[in-house]
Design a protein around this ligand. Structure first.
Ligand code: PMT
Length: 402
């Protein structure tokens, strides 16, 4: 795999040489991209000797724009790894500043980002730096946390660049995920459904798709073959094996039930309408009276049907359902897990303004056979990771049982 190794101006830059060597030992091709301040700590020639490739230090050096180098590189790398990642580069990436080759490369690539922050303890704990790290985490960036110990500035505390082996292992985990989800077929539903009233009007809900898309993206990052069944959304689709676009609950029901039998895992994050107009008017319903009565009929309960099918067959995909609750969240989720024969129910309190529908964060309680696990408010990408780590544990337990 081709890895762009970004090196920025911190004392840990000398360790980046070992990172480059470690990645190469594992068969990866490394292109070093150094900021100007990084070259104050380690010479570009060192990386040139190790990577046997031209080291990029300046966006505007002659020959760099022959084929718009940063665009060419951006579309070919499999991972952007920045080690050390200073507070400065973290701020630039978080805010989309592109004033040097490395920050421009970040905005031009769709490759996963892995950051190994390194700085003084006080800086690492500063709210500005924490906010920038959270922004990048919400976009799906992965991190190798700094170590504790003696810092270059003479302090003792957290902030040392992680060890090269740790950084290399984290890169490998992204590029060659060996976890239980690798190669597994996973179906994820996301977004709302729209239930048409007439050619103009429909009944929908506030689901943006962010939660389901984050799960689909994370499952793909862990090596799964992901099918994403999505209602109408406006957010960018994750890079997954197949995307099936649906509109109504009936269409989502068909899309899921016709595929679920071939899956190892099904995650129902979509906000599927519970009711739909009993009859869709062929023409726009006139605005005659002061009131309008709509007769709604229950929609097929997809999660419920999946659970019943599994019971009837004595086996089937691992089932993860969601629960959008506004009160007694855990109690409702526990009851729902039993009722639907699901393995996990992810309950979110959708009455909160910072969780649930159409926000980047979520506060969930994951309910399984062992009980309820209440997680703190965090980005949906981190919630997705928490959910899938539990799914991996269940897959491992199943494999052992078999
Ligand atoms: O998309 P976002 O903006 O990121 O918002 C995320 C979310 C709030 C939509 C998500 O976290 C969430 O809670 N999704 C489930 C919403 C929902 O429909 O919850 P529910 O309690 O009504 O449904 C329970 C479960 O049954 C869900 O897994 C749902 O997908 C499923 N269901 C519901 C109705 C139906 N007819 N068939 C189903 O399978």
């Amino acid at each position: 795999m081709l890895i762009a190794l970004g090196v920025t101006g911190g004392i840990g830059a000398y360790k980046a040489v070992e990172v480059a060597r470690g990645l190469q030992k594992r068969g990866h091709d490394v292109v070093a991209v150094m900021t100007h301040s990084a070259t104050r700590f380690v010479g570009a020639v060192t990386f040139e000797a190790i990577t046997r490739r031209h080291v990029i230090t300046d966006q505007f050096e002659m020959g760099m724009n022959a084929d718009i180098e940063h665009i060419a590189l951006a579309s070919t790398i499999d991972l952007l790894l920045i080690a050390p990642a200073t507070a400065n580069i973290i701020a630039k990436l978080a805010h989309g500043i592109a004033d040097d080759f490395l920050s421009t490369l970040y905005t031009a690539t769709r490759a996963p980002l892995l950051l190994a922050p390194a700085m003084n303890t006080q800086m690492l704990e500063h709210e500005a730096v924490r906010a920038n790290l959270n922004t990048l985490a919400a976009r799906g960036a992965r991190f190798v946390d700094p170590g504790e110990g003696y810092l270059a500035c003479g302090w003792i505390g957290k902030g040392r660049l992680a060890e090269p082996d740790e950084i290399v292992a984290a890169a490998e985990a992204i590029l060659r995920p060996e976890g239980p989800l690798r190669g597994q077929r996973v179906l994820v539903t996301a977004g709302p459904t729209y239930e048409d009233v007439d050619p103009v009007r429909f009944i929908g809900n506030r689901s943006s798709g962010r939660m389901g898309y984050a799960i689909a993206a994370e499952a793909a990052r862990r090596g799964a073959e992901v099918t994403l069944v999505t209602g109408p959304t406006t957010i960018e689709a994750p890079a997954v094996r197949q995307i099936v676009k649906v509109r109504s609950a009936a269409q989502m029901h068909e899309a899921v039930m016709s595929r679920a039998g071939d899956m190892q895992v099904v995650v129902m994050a979509a906000a599927v309408a519970d009711y739909s107009p009993a009859a869709r008017a062929e023409q726009k319903v006139a605005k005659d009276g002061d009131t309008l009565t709509l007769l709604l009929r229950k929609t097929p309960d997809i999660l419920g049907e999946l659970g019943q099918r599994r019971v009837a067959k004595g086996g089937g995909p691992l089932l993860v359902g969601f629960a959008a609750e506004t009160e007694d969240v855990v109690a409702h989720a526990m009851a729902k897990r039993e009722r639907k024969h699901a393995d996990l129910i992810v309950a979110n309190d959708v009455s909160r303004s910072d969780a649930g529908f159409d926000v980047d964060s979520n506060a969930v309680t994951i309910v399984g056979a062992e009980g309820a696990d209440a997680l703190p408010l965090q980005s949906k990408s981190r919630v997705a990771s928490e959910i899938l780590t539990r799914v991996e544990r269940l897959l491992t337990a199943r494999a052992v049982k078999v």
